[in-house]
Design a protein around this ligand. Structure first.
Ligand code: CDP
Length: 398
């Protein structure tokens, strides 16, 4: 048996103090990292050879599925995908662009980052099964649960005969893949941006909430391959529907006609107060035999998308992801180069000039912090921009 030596206690005490010091330092570092709110998103880096595997998985080989839109698109497009083949250095994530900057037209995409995001999102979201409910698993009279309840409202949505008619048999984006896509948000930053021509030059253009285009073509373009429409848009943009005038009805009809034979995406099952507006949309589309392809996302999509964005470093949590985030999520699975326009949830531009909430209309709506956390989302898009996964446009285009 060994007896304690005289020098043991101070030595142990010193060792204990050093241990405590190191532990405290470690904890402080971790806390600091957590508090540096927008740490870079951490995704597993892909090797260059993984490109084909990922593309096969989503059946998105560009060469075999080139779309009519891309054939028609003008050739001059901003941004190029930087090669990731070659030396190991090139496969490392590098910045696409600094932000803010003057000339976003010259930003380049980093293929590795684009693929990392696609791969990450595909773990949660499948554009073939999560884009829309389909006829095969529904019947007339069925009661579907809304994703979010509203007090004093039924949380069940009834599948009527008319609604059933508009439900597709499969995803309208099945096996589609695009080289360049524009996701157009509705921020007032688009006013006087002169981005219309650039937006229209993209292979696939996505727009949010049936926005007004007429009169704003120079700034926002006119092409729309995919248009979302929250049911509440009926009352927000086309008059108080219960007291609707003929003029309100005609404006809605005219705007829906502009969708043409492209995709109209209606989140009918999100919140339990839009049923009457869904009926209005259904009725107008059927009555006027509008040729659009309709899609109705399944309830539960918000939670699914939230999971993607609660990845450490992405940190959009708590609230409902905005329409813009939904659209980026979809675009990341089907587009190689994603350009975001009209994503700028601030009341002033970089030069301090006042901005409207939406580029169109007269609505003086303020940023709805109860529903979405657009400013947090914006910071995530800034990170993705820096890494070359998207180009976030916030300057004028010429
Ligand atoms: O349905 P939601 O309220 O999300 O969208 P919206 O107001 O119709 O705008 C469409 C999208 O544009 C938003 O989801 C945001 O991503 C973006 N937006 C923005 O970044 N800043 C604004 N001032 C307005 C919209």
């Amino acid at each position: 048996m060994r007896f304690k030596e005289a020098g043991d206690t101070p030595r142990r005490f010193r060792a204990g103090m050093v241990f405590l010091f190191v532990l405290t330092l470690g904890l402080m570092c971790m806390t600091w990292r957590e508090l540096s709110t927008y740490a870079e998103p951490r995704f597993p880096l892909m090797r260059a050879g993984d490109l084909n595997k990922t593309n096969q998985r989503v059946k998105t080989q560009t060469a075999t599925n080139v779309t009519k839109e891309s054939e028609a698109a003008p050739v001059s497009r901003p941004g190029t995908i930087r090669s990731v083949t070659g030396t190991s250095n090139e496969t490392k994530a590098t910045n696409g662009c600094s932000w803010p900057k003057q000339s976003e037209q010259h930003c380049s995409f980093n293929e590795t980052e684009v693929l990392n995001m696609r791969q990450h999102i595909l773990k949660f979201f499948n554009p073939e099964t999560n884009l829309t409910i389909t006829k095969s698993n529904l019947h007339i009279g069925q009661l579907l649960k809304y994703e979010f309840r509203v007090r004093n409202k039924s949380n069940l949505f009834k599948v009527t005969k008319d609604f059933f008619k508009l439900i597709p048999n499969g995803s309208p984006l099945k096996e589609r893949h695009f080289s360049t896509c524009a996701v157009v948000g509705n921020s007032g930053i688009l006013r006087n941006s002169s981005c219309g021509q650039e937006i229209d030059s993209m292979d696939f253009v996505m727009r949010c909430n049936l926005p007004q285009i007429e009169g704003y073509e120079k700034d926002v373009g006119s092409k729309a391959n995919f248009t979302t429409m929250n049911p509440s848009v009926v009352s927000h943009n086309f008059g108080q529907w219960r007291n609707k005038t003929k003029d309100d009805y005609d404006r809605l009809l005219r705007r829906l006609k502009q969708v043409g034979d492209q995709i109209l995406y209606v989140p009918a099952l999100t919140i339990a107060f839009g049923e009457e507006y869904v009926r209005v949309i259904t009725q107008v589309v059927l009555q006027h035999k509008l040729p659009m392809k309709t899609a109705f996302p399944p309830a539960g999509l918000n939670n699914l998308i939230k999971k993607i964005w609660t990845n450490p470093g992405l940190k959009i949590s708590g609230l409902r992801p905005s329409t813009g985030v939904h659209m980026y999520t979809l675009a990341a699975t089907i587009c190689d180069q994603i350009h975001l326009y009209g994503f700028y949830p601030f009341t002033k531009d970089k030069r301090g000039r006042a901005l409207r909430y939406h580029y169109y209309g007269t609505m003086e709506k303020q940023i709805d912090k109860e529903a979405h956390n657009m400013q947090e989302e914006f910071r995530v898009f800034q990170q993705l921009h820096r890494r070359g996964a998207v180009v976030l446009h916030s300057e004028t285009c010429n």
